[in-house]
Design a protein. Sequence first.
Lengths: 227, 373
Amino acid sequence: MLDLAALWPPIRLTLELAATTTVVLLIVGTPIAWWLARSRARWKEAVAAVVALPLVLPPTVLGFYLLIALGPDGPGGWFAGLFGGRSLAFTFEGLVIGSVFYSMPFVVQPIRNAFEAFGDRPLEVAATLRASPWDAFWTVAVPLARPGFMTGAVLGFAHTVGQFGVVLMIGGNIPGETKVLSVAIYDYVETLRWAEAHVLAAGMLVFAFVVILSMTLLEKRLGRPGP
Amino acid sequence: MSGGGASIDAAFAGSVGGFALDVAFTAPMRGITALFGASGCGKTTILRCIAGLQRLPGRLTVGADIWQDHETGMFRRPHERAVGYVFQEASLFPHLSVANNLRYGSRRAARDGAANALGFDDVVALLGIGHLLDRAPAALSGGERQRVAVGRALLSQPRLLLMDEPLSALDRTTRDEILAYFEVLHDELSIPILYVSHDIAEVTRLADRMVVLSAGRKLAEGPVAGILERLDLQPATGRFEAGVVLTARVAAQDRTYDLTRLDHHGQPITIPFVDVDIGDEVRLRVRARDVALTTRRPEAISIRNVLAGTIVEIRAEPGTAFAETLIDIGGGRLRARVTREALADLALEVGRPVFALVKSISFDRRARADRPR
């Protein structure tokens, strides 16, 4: 009755999506966080607000705009055309793009806070010790902001695993391609397959608990002054 | 200003957050030059401009190299300047061990092809930090941290060392301990040090030259001894700690009474025993408030140091009970802080012979033969 084999593809897909999204977010989010922490531009808080929008917007709104952007008539469609596709909507790549926007604030904010926490002094010290700004970024700023990177990565990963609305809007429900965990649970409930829904839901519950607990413990450990 | 390549010539004029700064000074390429003034006088800003951490319109040359020239728009960024900077708080990198903090600058200096004038082992020995190398900065005391910070700055092979009140965050005992290390640096290093401080005692003890600053302007610059004798700088150099430095030669060591007997151009001075050799030149510091004046040589008095001299300058402080006097004691000058009433009663005036009774003298250190006078 309980088809455990059928549970695996959505789990694998979800993990792949979350991992890819987290990596992309660390690459894209770090310069944004750095700029938000360091820039003296007056309009930087406007940029910060844009980054934070997904915190407030209903996922369907974000999903709607992304659908248009990724569809055949949007820039996503044009981009897909370069690789012989028609659209980025309803593809794994489209899901990654959507997830990146959706989880961005959860990664950018902790990293920005970490960059702001140590102030200018360590970077000034590095500069007087002949380190170029690029050198100082990697050898001083990144190591000092390590707790922020950890928190950002964990939150970004977990938040991507937990998303539902955006995926439904731009990814639909294609098994093995866009059918992630949360959508699968929704599907099982719709079709009254409670056993499978229970297994996945309980799994998610445990996952969420473990993530939050380990985050808290990690922050406590890293938050201590000095190694 | 000299452009001969043997000095540091700095001139900055501009405003930082509503504070106007306009200062130009020259420092030799050796010894310690103090930037002295009350907090808020702009001395830290000047140091930051020299390091390139802050940019004000101006011009800066170090030896033959131009580091900043406002007219041509030339500006070397901080990491392109061979400076060592010691901040008020040690600011060690918390994620690196002491050894790796020390090597942070030296590795980059080696990469830049800087001459390895200061070796790792020498600097470690000089500052007495060999036993700390494997520790994390968090496990160090305040004094140890500051010593490591100095070592780290030196190992980046700087052409000049900038120190921004490096002792102000430390307690008095630690301060004395670090001062002793700084004196060793002064003697051993061939690079010049610009030392920012608001503590006249510290400046007197360490510096060869000083630049007196007030509210973003330069009041005076020159050898420390000369600046200290200038009564007109009184408001800037402070009342309580105002004083002069004297250089005297060790004449004898008296172990019976634990005294060191000195000769100051023919006049005897005794101080509590210090471990120096006979014939050594020593530097003494005498505060104006520790000197009293009399017109007749006193007899049967417990004060040991009575120096004959002539009044060369008197400056009454209007609105207060006090006046500052400068007394030539033959080869050196003393400052005495007396009341204006005493001036009148004793008929003290310029040219009058007096005896200076010195209640307290502090020994600064061995004077160096190469001390610029």
